[in-house]
Design a protein around this ligand. Structure first.
Ligand code: PGA
Length: 237
């Protein structure tokens, strides 16, 4: 079965650049990967109308169906325009928008109920990594974030293990060591059912094979390296 390649474009590129990049990728095919693109919300519906080979992912969602909630986007609307996946609990949302595991739990539940596949991001800080607390941190993040689901729905969640200290790999930041990654992903699978587990954090065309060759790893969530067409193509080859 193909592994998942999720391109998280964050706010790296403008609306026009996202449309142009998506057009370049319209016929994208990979023997190794199912390709998923996560552009900014504003570009989702234009890209959804392109009839492209990739699937679409939102970078965030809101859990309420409708009401006086300024500035948010509902899971039902994401689903209605053709989005299949939604990233939830990304460390940048936790850092800049104070998102908690409790908030992630509501978003995960709303997405599952709407028929979207949540990509739930979890991961430890550098300090937590260095003091050996990775599993403890993940245990809390995952048990709270998945707490509103029926047990059978947990297998429909994709978990993205993203050590915070390995994200945005420029300025000397490096991806987590493959052995460490393998150990952590196995631990997640042993403790949280059959969910697919991705790795994210400084994935690029040089290290992607080592990561996706890990048996336990079901794919990658890629930020910075996915907004450049050449590096995108090299990674999914
Ligand atoms: P990065 O981002 O590939 O730029 O480290 C990954 C992510 O934040 O999902």
């Amino acid at each position: 079965m193909k592994k998942l390649f999720v391109a998280n474009w964050k706010q790296y590129i403008s609306y026009n650049e996202a449309i142009a990049l998506a057009e370049d990728l319209i016929d994208i095919e990979s023997e190794k990967f199912s390709v998923v693109i996560a552009p900014q919300h504003i570009a989702l519906s234009s890209i959804a109308s392109m009839d492209a080979m990739f699937s679409l992912c939102a970078q965030d969602c809101f859990w309420e169906k409708s009401g006086a909630f300024t500035g948010v986007v509902s899971v039902a609307d994401l689903k209605a325009i053709g989005v299949s996946y939604v990233i939830i609990g990304h460390s940048e949302r936790r850092k800049y928008f104070n998102e908690t595991d409790e908030i992630a739990a509501k978003k995960v539940k709303a997405s599952i109920d709407a028929g979207l596949t949540p990509i739930l991001c979890v991961g430890e800080s550098r300090d937590e990594f260095e003091t050996g607390q990775t599993m403890k941190v993940l245990e809390k993040q995952l048990s709270v974030s998945l707490s509103l689901l029926n047990v059978r729905d947990i297998d429909d969640v994709i978990i993205a293990y993203e050590p915070i200290w390995a994200i945005s790999g420029f300025g000397g930041v490096k991806a987590n060591d493959a052995c460490e990654t393998e150990k952590t992903i196995k631990w997640i699978k042993d403790n949280f059912g059959e969910a697919k587990v991705l790795y994210g954090g400084s994935v690029n065309h040089e290290n992607i094979s080592e990561i996706v060759n890990l048996d336990s790893c079901d794919g990658v969530l890629v930020g910075f390296s996915s907004v450049n067409i050449d590096s995108f193509r090299k990674m999914i080859q």
